[in-house]
Design a protein around this ligand. Structure first.
Ligand SMILES: CC(C)(COP(=O)(O)OP(=O)(O)OC[C@H]1O[C@@H](n2cnc3c(N)ncnc32)[C@H](O)[C@@H]1OP(=O)(O)O)[C@@H](O)C(=O)NCCC(=O)NCCS
Length: 146
């Protein structure tokens, strides 16, 4: 799933750079739509892994957010989002961010519900599928005990 956004004055700080919080909001939304499309359920964000801002995104640039379901577990899914920014002068797009989010599908009563599996096909999908399991093990180790 791909969405694009135009960075407008209200999205920027005093330096004319895209606000981190605005970008996080866009990332969360594109990832949520991906998770909801895959599961056919309402999904909530359970966690967001480390989020790095590699380079500033400037006023007037076009931001492309590409989300994919890296792996489905039982009721949760890891969604990867790649963010690229393109200037107005036809410069090539540059990678500005990437993020991994975990979404949980809920039933009508708000309880976690199983989601369909992901079957990776390409080499890239298989790599992301394998890495998603490693990341899940790490993030669940840091999960607050109930
Ligand atoms: C996410 C939430 C539904 C999990 O509920 P829970 O009672 O912990 O449920 P469970 O222990 O049965 O876990 C359900 C799934 O969530 C996953 N999960 C729970 N906490 C997690 C975390 N911090 N990071 C990653 N995955 C997590 C579990 O691994 C499990 O996945 P699996 O079924 O694929 O193995 C619950 O914590 C919640 O509602 N949190 C608030 C969500 C929210 O408001 N988000 C912001 C707005 S969308």
């Amino acid at each position: 799933m791909i969405t694009t956004q135009l960075v407008l004055p209200n999205d920027t700080n005093q330096l004319g750079n895209l606000l981190g919080g605005t970008l996080m909001h866009w990332i969360d939304i594109v990832a949520a739509i991906s998770a909801q499309r895959h599961s056919g359920r309402v999904c909530v964000t359970a966690s967001v892994d480390e989020l790095n801002f590699h380079c500033p995104i400037k006023l007037g640039e076009i931001v492309t957010l590409q989300a994919s379901i890296n792996r489905a577990f039982t009721t949760s899914m890891e969604v990867g989002v790649i963010v690229t920014a393109t200037g107005a002068q036809g410069h090539p797009p540059r990678r500005a961010n990437n993020a991994y989010l975990t979404f949980v599908a809920l039933d009508a009563d708000g309880h976690p519900v199983p989601v369909p599996p992901i079957i990776p096909e390409t080499e890239d999908e298989k790599r992301r599928y394998d890495k998603a399991l490693e990341r899940r093990q790490l993030r669940l180790r840091h999960r607050r005990p109930k």
